[in-house]
Design a protein. Structure first.
Length: 134
């Protein structure tokens, strides 16, 4: 694992030594043997993944694409929102869920008073993303 290379952050546009670098296992069961190098920008703290070859193959038949905002997903999003709030998220902040699939997290956040939420997913037809996410 290359932990000594400077990386350019496309969010804050600063080239820096990452605050942390980890290998993260794929969350799709049929690719669970694969890992990806993820790094955190030391300046803006955003997370980035090194380039993945044939990324479209991972998102083909992505299991949560047909998910609905049901009881179980709301319970999971409640945990995620608690983590984000602990990390400093406030209702006045703007949120971009890049890779939002069908935009259900954005929908959940808006239902909980986070009005400035937006979603984008290059692997999903825009019409499939919740209409208030774009
Ligand atoms: Zn950055």
């Amino acid at each position: 694992m290359d932990t000594t290379t400077l990386r350019h952050c496309p969010i804050c546009l600063v080239t820096n030594m990452p605050a942390e670098i980890q290998r993260v296992r794929c969350n799709v069961r049929r690719f669970r043997d694969r890992t990806f190098l993820v790094w955190r920008c030391a300046v803006c703290r955003s997370l980035h993944c090194e380039k993945v070859e044939n990324l479209a193959a991972y998102y083909e038949n992505y299991p949560i694409r047909n998910q609905e905002l049901d009881y179980f997903l709301r319970a999971w999003y409640r945990v995620i929102l608690q983590r984000l709030v602990q990390a400093g998220l406030g209702k006045q902040h703007r949120i971009l869920d890049y890779g939002c699939s069908n935009g259900l997290l954005i929908e959940y956040l808006k239902q909980h008073g986070y009005a400035n939420c937006f979603g984008y997913d290059p692997y999903v037809d825009r019409r499939a993303i919740a209409s208030n996410s774009l």
